[in-house]
Design a protein around this ligand. Structure first.
Ligand SMILES: Cc1cc2nc3c(=O)[nH]c(=O)nc-3n(C[C@H](O)[C@H](O)[C@H](O)COP(=O)(O)O)c2cc1C
Length: 356
């Protein structure tokens, strides 16, 4: 991490990454759909809840560990599935995976990863999930599901909000061409039959809830449904047998003008009626954001863009630093709210903030 002062928060990391990355790559990572209203709203909405500090609780020993899908992580921040980590650092997903292993968290490997997911599995010992789309090609899906299980992936993350391509105007203006991940078959397969201009490998536009049921019945791995933004869909995920739901608007990269993810979290939690775990992603940049999400019912959260900023600034160590900054900020927030454990973060930690 040379050049400039040491980043002390995730915004500093973004600024430093922006200096290092080619503009078109920075724009691809930072950007969102059309007017980027949802990108900004994901961030700003955290201000709609205030923390309620509590004093005289013993916070001398804090424990940030929790479980996701029944297995321990050392902090409630996981790595979201994102394609093409090598855009930010030559070691790409390998660096991210080693960092996630060091920090004791889950790495969700994207369908569009620039690394072979079976090779990646050998690079470290941490927990891994594999992200898929509801592909049109059922044989390819079965093949991925079988290979994921054999390679020790612990869950399948099914991204459901990408059936239709998005309109990302920074990419259009930059003439940006995104490539398919290396795990797709060289010839044939889903993406080769995709509509012209479609974001590569985004899933079958004809997919329905039956496809989620089919995937659930086609693997022994837990299925995590990603990209849910309403109570109705959270309930349908639970009915279709999903083991967990990620409340996500894809970081504002698919449909613009949605509510922020933190704004729909409570609705999703209520609709799932405890049948599935609920996670959240979108705009998590501060430890306080993580604590607010947990207080509002998330079991854990994911980060997307910040992992690229970490990679661009310092490769594996940069991602470790990003996670450690969040860890330190979560600790501070928990201590000052009198909550020594993740389980002790309940709804009374936050209050809806009055408009100023
Ligand atoms: C550069 C980039 C690539 C992404 N690629 C994928 C992907 O391949 N599959 C997927 O399900 N989500 C993908 N996402 C969305 C993330 O998983 C996540 O939902 C989002 O980034 C969270 O918001 P945040 O970036 O504000 O943390 C991508 C996000 C970014 C920034």
């Amino acid at each position: 991490m040379s050049m400039g002062p040491e980043p002390i928060n995730l915004f500093d990391f973004e600024a430093a990454a922006r200096e290092r990355l080619p503009k078109v790559e920075y724009d691809y990572i930072a950007g969102g759909a059309t007017d980027e209203i949802s990108v900004e709203r994901n961030r700003r909405a955290y201000e709609s809840w205030a923390l309620r500090p509590r004093v005289l609780h013993d916070v001398s020993a804090l424990d940030l560990s929790t479980t996701v899908l029944g297995t321990k992580v050392s902090l409630p921040v996981l790595i979201a599935p994102c394609g093409g980590h090598q855009k930010a650092h030559p070691e790409g997903e390998f660096a991210t995976y080693r960092a996630a292993t060091t920090c004791g968290t889950v790495f969700a490997v994207s369908a569009n990863a620039g690394a072979d997911f079976e090779e990646l599995a050998k690079a470290a010992s941490g927990r891994r999930w594999l992200q898929l789309y509801p592909f049109r090609d059922k044989e390819m899906t079965k093949d991925w599901l079988r290979r994921a299980k054999d390679a020790g992936y612990e869950a399948v993350c099914l991204t459901l909000d990408s059936q239709w391509p998005s309109k990302r105007e920074r990419n259009i203006r930059n003439g940006y061409r995104n490539l398919r991940g290396v795990n797709f078959p060289k010839a044939g397969g889903d993406a080769a039959r995709g509509r012209p201009g479609a974001h590569p490998g985004g899933g079958d536009p004809a997919a329905t809830w039956k496809d989620l049921e089919w995937i659930k019945s086609s693997t022994a791995l837990p299925v995590v449904a990603k990209g849910i933004m309403t109570g109705e869909d959270a309930e349908l995920c639970a009915q279709a047998g999903a083991d967990a739901v990620i409340v996500s608007n894809h970081g504002g990269r698919h449909l613009d003008n949605t509510l922020a993810t933190i704004e729909v979290l409570a609705e999703a939690v209520a609709a799932a009626k405890g049948k599935t775990e609920i996670y959240l992603d979108g705009g998590i940049r501060r430890g306080a954001d993580v604590v607010k999400a947990i207080a509002l019912g998330a079991k854990a959260v994911f980060i997307g863009r910040p992992l690229f900023w970490g990679l661009a600034v310092g490769g594996e160590q940069g991602v470790v630093r990003v996670l450690n900054i969040l860890r330190e900020e979560i600790e501070l927030t928990m201590a000052k709210c009198g909550r020594p454990t993740i389980a002790s973060i309940d709804a009374t930690v936050v209050v809806k903030a009055p408009r100023l």
